[in-house]
Design a protein around this ligand. Structure first.
Ligand SMILES: Nc1ncnc2c1ncn2[C@@H]1O[C@H](COP(=O)(O)OP(=O)(O)O)[C@@H](O)[C@H]1O
Ligand SMILES: [Mg+2]
Length: 375
């Protein structure tokens, strides 16, 4: 297996579409690296440059110590699985999987051995004589992965391979691909727009927006220490709440004010404000860190000062908890409630913010003041 390095890689299409801007990072040997971001942010472009299917406008890509910019795709020792897996309809599963090796003139016995081995890994040995039209969506997806496995590549590239599957099958295939990674000890680069897929599968996650890398981290760090407002809002469902606040004096220490509510800051948040020159800051707080207490009154475990009176716009029961869509005069936010005392639609409830879990972001750049930057 192998390590892939991108050094200041940029891609400009047709002279003016900046699809990837100075991507500079490493995909460690045997890692499961996920590229995630909204549609159009440059994920596929980045993957296709690694595969050699797209020319690199500037920068270099290495596999281990070898610069591969000018190496044709077929010689890169990389196998790619696409969203649209396009099996050859007239060929059996066996032949679909064998095809790439046959083109490369592998001996028949070796092809046979590799196809059977891959089929076993993917639990499709019983399907080898079937044609694609007699397979389910999940089975076809496995065949597409099998075509990649038989190549014994240094690096696997997956481009949204589960998007065409229904929700249940997606969860199952997610597990299967993770297991495959453990079994093959493969270096995998996996593209998805789905942050849940990214969080559940990746050990290194690269968050992209508008062609730019926003943060590279493990799932826990992305969730708890988002480097900027984009990552805070993109990772986690429902997303982090953001409130524009004013910094005010609270005796000797700064506090935050929005509308007629005052929010106190712990020492760490106070010192995070030191880098700011203006008097406004964006407060970020996740739904589970907004506490709704019994009968809609706030539990005393959070500070009294951090209470906010709201009106319930919508209650979304989700089985083990409920989501409350809350409104103040000028802000909307979502809180997570346990199911013991779920307030009713239109009820007035007082909530409190657990400021030990709060984030602060620069009001203009969106950079986090509470988590160190990613790069
Ligand atoms: N062949 C192309 N020619 C021109 N622009 C392209 C081409 N392919 C992609 N783009 C543009 O580059 C940007 C990134 O696209 P892409 O890498 O496909 O995004 P993603 O896979 O994250 O959805 C988008 O703005 C897209 O419209
Ligand atoms: Mg894409």
């Amino acid at each position: 297996m192998a390590q892939v390095s991108l050094k200041d890689v940029t891609k400009v299409y047709d002279g003016d579409v900046l699809a990837v801007e100075q991507a500079d990072f490493q995909i460690p040997d045997e890692s499961f690296t996920v590229l995630v971001g909204p549609s159009g942010c440059g994920k596929s472009t980045m993957l296709r440059m690694i595969a050699g299917l797209e020319e690199i406008t500037a920068g270099d890509i290495y596999i281990d110590d070898e610069r591969i910019n000018d190496i044709p795709p077929k010689d890169r020792d990389i196998a790619m699985v696409f969203q649209n897996y396009a099996l050859y309809p007239h060929m059996t599963v066996y032949k679909n999987m064998a095809f790439g090796l046959k083109l490369r003139k592998y001996p028949k016995a070796e092809i046979d051995e590799r196809v059977k081995e891959a089929a076993e890994i993917l639990s499709i040995s019983h399907l080898l004589n079937r044609k694609p039209k007699h397979l389910s969506g999940g089975e076809r997806q496995r065949v597409a992965v099998g075509r990649a496995i038989v190549r014994h590549p240094k690096v696997f590239l997956f481009d949204e391979p589960l998007s065409n599957l229904d929700a249940k099958l997606r969860v199952q295939m997610r597990m299967e691909i993770s297991r495959l990674h453990d079994r093959l000890n493969a270096t995998i680069v996996y593209v998805t727009h789905d942050q849940v897929e990214a969080m559940t599968m990746g050990d290194q996650i690269v968050v992209l927006n508008e062609g730019k890398i926003q943060q590279i981290a493990d799932p826990g760090t992305l969730y708890h220490k988002p480097a900027n407002q984009f990552v805070g809002g993109f990772i986690g469902t429902p997303p982090m709440n953001f409130i524009e606040t004013q910094i005010v004096n609270n005796g000797d220490t700064p506090a935050l004010r929005f509308e007629n509510f005052k929010v106190e800051l712990n020492a760490q948040l106070q010192s995070a404000l030191n880098t700011l020159s203006g008097d406004s800051v964006t407060l970020g707080i996740r739904p589970e860190d907004i506490h709704v207490g019994e009968n809609g009154t706030s539990n005393s475990k959070f500070q009294l000062e951090n209470r906010v009176e709201t009106q319930v716009e919508l209650v979304e029961p989700l089985g083990n908890h409920a989501l409350l869509y809350l409104r103040t005069e000028q802000n909307n936010f979502v809180a997570q409630s346990d199911l013991i005392n779920v307030p009713q639609h239109n009820a007035q409830v007082t909530v409190s913010f657990n400021m030990d879990k709060a984030h602060l972001f620069h009001p203009e750049t969106g950079e986090s003041l509470t988590a160190p930057s990613c790069q």
